[in-house]
Design a protein around this ligand. Structure first.
Ligand code: MG
Length: 340
């Protein structure tokens, strides 16, 4: 097995602002695994929020001996994936890139698309939401107009102009909204704002309060009638049982949990625990977004728009048609590299 990596800067169409940070460029790492003439591609989009970074990943890769016997046979990909989880515990995005590349490679060898490996029906993909970051009213207006073809908007809140953002959007459109506060509210503020949002055609609210404050979320849920979804509180499989006692649902992301196989385990467990499931993303190219899209026939909500927010995606894969995710038919993830 050979590993190659490539640093890449994803350029955002608009400055992307959420409750805790703002960015114009997001650094990612593409990873290619070669095995007997076949290759698979993966992507790491690490997040400082989870103490994961590009520099940390490159350190890991440079100092790691990928010649260990376990990597001799990537056909045993479940075994390899569990090994990777133990070896690279600190970097979930590196694990996500490796898992994605290994599955892409194996599905190509089997000549099947990734959704087929999981036994999913490609016609059952959901619509994806399209994210509107925090901004002044004039920019919000422009972004909402640009997002005309997307039927569901995900609105970032958790800032001083929260009410104005929603009012500005509601002057333009009455389409379904999902709200993400990114831990931006205290408990009383969350109650007041969510009660106000209840009359605004809002489907759910994501991570209103800082992660770890489970008692406050329980208190809040007793007082509101919009579902509350865990994002920053939901990292991996071992979080699920506790979260099922606190939240209505969870947001699974490859870059938090460690890739498609880990995400699949979480989907199965979350379904049995009665949690609503969203599959979400960071700012990512079509590599990670398309891989995640292959799993969406098994979830309730998709928020897979990271590739739609950038101007220099070097790959094509999943498409969005009338808001719905349309999976590529090729083997593996079904990626094509563009000539940029
Ligand atoms: Mg979120």
């Amino acid at each position: 097995m050979k590993i190659r990596y490539e640093k890449y800067n994803l350029k955002l169409r608009h400055t992307f602002t959420i409750a805790r940070e703002s960015m114009d460029v997001n650094r990612v790492l593409f990873i290619t695994l070669w095995d007997n003439g076949s290759f698979g591609t993966g992507e790491a989009s690490p997040s400082e929020r989870y103490k994961d970074s590009i520099d940390g990943i490159i350190e890991f890769i440079k100092n790691y001996e990928f010649k260990k016997p376990i990597f001799d046979n990537l056909n045993n990909f479940f075994e390899v994936s569990e090994f990777i989880k133990a070896e690279f515990e600190e970097s979930p995005s590196l694990r996500a890139a490796l898992e994605t590349a290994i599955l892409d490679l194996n599905c190509k060898k089997m000549k099947i698309p990734l959704y087929r490996y999981f036994g999913l029906n490609p016609h059952n993909t959901p619509q994806t939401s399209f994210t509107i970051g925090i901004a002044e009213s004039e920019i919000i207006r422009k972004k909402v107009c640009e997002a005309e073809k997307y039927p569901i908007l995900k609105i970032k809140m958790g800032f001083e102009n929260d009410y104005r953002i929603i009012e500005t959007i509601r002057q333009i459109t009455d389409k379904l909204i999902r709200v993400d506060a990114n831990e931006g509210w205290g408990r009383e503020e969350a109650l007041e704002k969510i009660q106000w949002l209840q009359a605004k055609n809002v489907e759910f609210v994501e991570q209103p309060i800082a992660a770890g404050n489970y008692d406050d979320v329980v208190w809040l849920r007793e007082r509101v009638n919009i579902p509350i979804i865990a994002d920053e509180d939901c990292r991996e499989f071992s979080d699920l049982f506790r979260l099922s006692e606190v939240y209505d649902g969870i947001n699974i992301k490859f870059m938090k949990c460690g890739g498609p196989l880990q995400a699949w385990k979480m989907i199965i467990a979350a379904r049995s625990l009665g949690l609503k499931i969203m599959l979400g993303c960071m700012i990512e190219s079509s590599v990670a977004i398309s891989a995640a899209a292959h799993l969406t026939p098994a979830v309730n909500f998709a928020d897979l728009d990271g590739n739609l927010l950038i101007t220099n995606d070097p790959f094509t894969g999943v498409k969005v048609v009338n808001g719905r995710l349309v999976l590529p038919e090729g083997p593996g993830i079904g990626l094509k590299r563009k000539n940029l």
